[in-house]
Design a protein around this ligand. Structure first.
Ligand code: MRU
Length: 371
């Protein structure tokens, strides 16, 4: 997608130095556009853990590039020493955040690439670079296809509304900043906008890190998409008053039966959507489906992050991004980062292969190789 007219992905290899991975450090958005250089797997793990990069598909892509950096910096006195270094990086990266399944999926894919025979260390490093870049390209392709399938849902509503704007509510940031490009929940929105279909997006602020108010609002603004930021608790009221035609969200981990783990608050939006007969769609690449799991509530690990994220808030003041304390200093706070929306509340899943119901039968019909 574009930033001030310039095409960008959220992660890439430095054009004139492929030993450097570059990212948009999302902690500084929307007020500052900062590009960060990553040279080691350790720096990449910190960037994932501390959310310089975030969003399930991007976490996966970053881990893949981190594995490539580990190979670049690995000792070459023996094949075992090299492999040990890559495996240590896999463990370090794998420990960064527990909910987004793309992390384990990407690490597994890179370890399989590391296992492939190679002439020498240079060839091994080159094949890991190719694999990381192929993984990023695959995610871009999947998101573009999600856009192509999902735009049909928006077109249908637009026809029914005789061209009046289609009001879409989204939660957190499931945009190109959370992927490598295009986004998941945002891909159909960008496709509709680019096709001239009038859309308007209600953007949940998404406390406590405000990915909606900071990141989704920024990227929609960059693309000229009409949007309004709302507090997280406004969605139910908007739906009761017919101001939402469609809810589009992303996912961090789906079960093979259709349960969805996404940013905390998603479940409450699904309940409100069900109560008001508003279609609730989840957009995700198949890299976000955990084919081992069936019961999301029992089996999906939910990240609990530092309480400081709840007790404070960041914003621009006098040209500087500052953090201020919201709560009484001594009040404890709890910070559950995700929740699980049961399949029964999901109208459908938008994947790179098309739209299906949130059921094992319908999902495996689309992905028969996983049946
Ligand atoms: O904590 P975050 O910002 O990584 O949470 C991100 C989300 O919940 C997204 O909705 C999800 O990862 C899908 S991104 C396409």
């Amino acid at each position: 997608m574009k930033v001030n007219g310039q095409p960008y992905r959220s992660i890439w290899l430095k054009p004139d130095d492929p030993t450097v991975v570059q990212i948009i450090d999302q902690r500084h958005l929307p007020h500052r556009f900062v590009i960060e250089d990553l040279r080691t797997a350790e720096q990449t793990a910190a960037a994932i853990r501390d959310m310089h990069v975030r969003g399930a598909p991007l976490i996966g892509a970053a881990a893949a590039y981190g594995m490539y950096l580990a190979a670049l910096n690995a000792p070459q006195e023996s094949a075992d020493a090299f492999k040990d270094a890559v495996f240590r990086a896999a463990h370090l990266l794998g420990e960064t955040r527990p909910t987004a399944v793309n992390l384990a999926w990407a690490i597994e894919r890179m370890l399989a690439a590391e296992d492939r025979p190679a002439e020498d260390f240079d060839e091994k490093i080159a094949s890991l670079r190719r694999e990381a870049e192929a993984l990023a390209d695959d995610e871009v392709g999947a998101c573009r296809q999600i856009g192509e399938h999902g735009v049909k849902l928006i077109e249908e509503v637009s026809k029914r509304k005789e061209g009046r704007p289609v009001n879409i509510l989204t939660h957190c940031n499931a945009g190109w900043l959370a992927c490598v490009d295009y986004g998941t929940a945002t891909a159909p929105i960008y496709a509709a906008h680019d096709a001239g279909i009038p859309v308007h997006v209600w953007v949940d602020e998404t406390r406590p890190r405000n990915q909606g108010a900071r990141l989704t609002a920024w990227e929609l603004g960059q693309h000229g998409v009409h949007h309004t930021v709302v507090v997280d608790n406004a969605g139910g009221h908007l739906m009761q008053h017919g101001m939402v035609d469609l809810v589009l969200v992303g996912s961090d981990r789906n079960t093979r039966s259709g349960d969805v783990a996404n940013k905390v608050g998603t479940y409450l939006k699904a309940l409100a959507a069900k109560d008001n007969q508003v279609p609730f769609y989840v957009a995700l690449p198949s890299s976000t489906i955990d084919w081992e799991l069936r019961d999301g509530l029992k089996e999906i690990p939910i990240e609990v992050r530092d309480s400081g994220e709840v007790k404070t808030i960041q914003g621009l003041h006098d040209g500087e991004v500052k953090s201020v304390l919201l709560t009484p200093e001594t009040s404890p706070a709890a910070n559950y980062a995700f929740d699980v929306t049961p399949a029964r509340l999901v109208s459908g899943l938008i994947t790179e292969r098309g739209i299906c119901e949130a059921s094992e039968q319908s999902i495996t019909a689309l992905f028969p190789e996983k049946g």
